[in-house]
Ligand binder design. Structure first.
Ligand code: OAD
Length: 231
């Protein structure tokens, strides 16, 4: 039976594809404070701004290409069972070829009813406008988990983390919970590889490996090492 790799990824893995991370040096996300664009309060206050913000993120994601980090994770499926747990809302893991991707914080290319959470739709176009409605007549919003909202896929992600044989953490500052807490569910003795040019806070434990470099070089290195163990 193939061994299981679970990779928790964040904005850093898409940085070299040209998509901005959240906690850059200016503290802003593409010129906005996160609380002005990614919270239920922002949506209640100014839905037009929120829709436009995500319309722009969608256009940027559409124009971006998966990089060597995404591709190396996808290639691991040759030798391993691989589950990607991503905080990213872009589709670069899927476009790189990863077949099992859990989007903890939702997906840019889906819309959902602002009233009935379970009414989720693939995007008909790359934009959601004010006046676009769900089948029950309520405004559509991005299918994104905003700050202060529940993370419905967390339980599934925990199950995956708890059954991993190898755990990778790529390009996340581990500042946002519950996602950041996933590492705590990894079984003792499981090798953990952290690939990030700056070290995120992870409690010291045996078999913890820091690869302090960008995803495009760090992930292929770790992938090559794991593939050697598989053969
Ligand atoms: P952050 O912006 O907080 O962290 C990005 C991480 O990527 C940092 O640790 C950087 O050091 C690292 N990084 C930068 N360039 C990199 C590269 N080339 N290769 C690898 N790593 C690199 O992003 P997240 O941790 O993903 O939530 O943020 C978590 C959540 O906060 C997001 O999902 C989003 C945000 O607000 C929502 O939108 C709900």
């Amino acid at each position: 039976m193939k061994k299981k790799i679970v990779a928790l990824t964040g904005a850093g893995i898409s940085a070299e594809s040209g998509l901005a991370t959240f906690r850059g040096s200016d503290g802003l996300w593409e010129g906005h404070r996160i609380e002005d664009v990614a919270t239920p309060e922002a949506w209640a206050r100014n839905p037009e701004l929120v829709l436009e913000f995500y319309n722009q993120r969608r256009a940027a994601a559409r124009a971006a290409q998966p990089n060597a980090g995404h591709l190396a994770l996808a290639a691991l499926e040759q030798d391993f069972e691989v589950v990607i747990v991503t905080q990213n809302v872009d589709d670069l893991h899927e476009r790189a070829g990863s077949s099992r991707v859990i989007h903890l914080h939702g997906q840019l290319f889906e819309s959902r009813s602002s009233y009935f959470e379970q009414l989720v739709y693939p995007m008909a176009s790359d934009r959601i406008e004010l006046g676009d409605l769900c089948e029950k007549g309520h405004q559509l919003r991005p299918n994104i988990v905003w700050f202060g909202e529940a993370v419905p896929l967390m339980e599934r992600a925990v199950q995956e983390a708890a059954t991993a044989d190898f755990f990778l953490v790529v390009g996340t500052s581990l500042q946002v919970y519950p996602a950041a807490g996933l590492v705590d569910f990894v079984r003792p003795g499981t090798p953990i590889y952290i690939i990030d040019p700056s070290r995120p806070p992870v409690a010291s434990r045996p078999d913890l490996h820091f690869i302090t470099e960008p995803g495009t070089t760090g992930v292929p290195k770790v992938a090559a090492e794991l593939m050697r163990t598989a053969s």
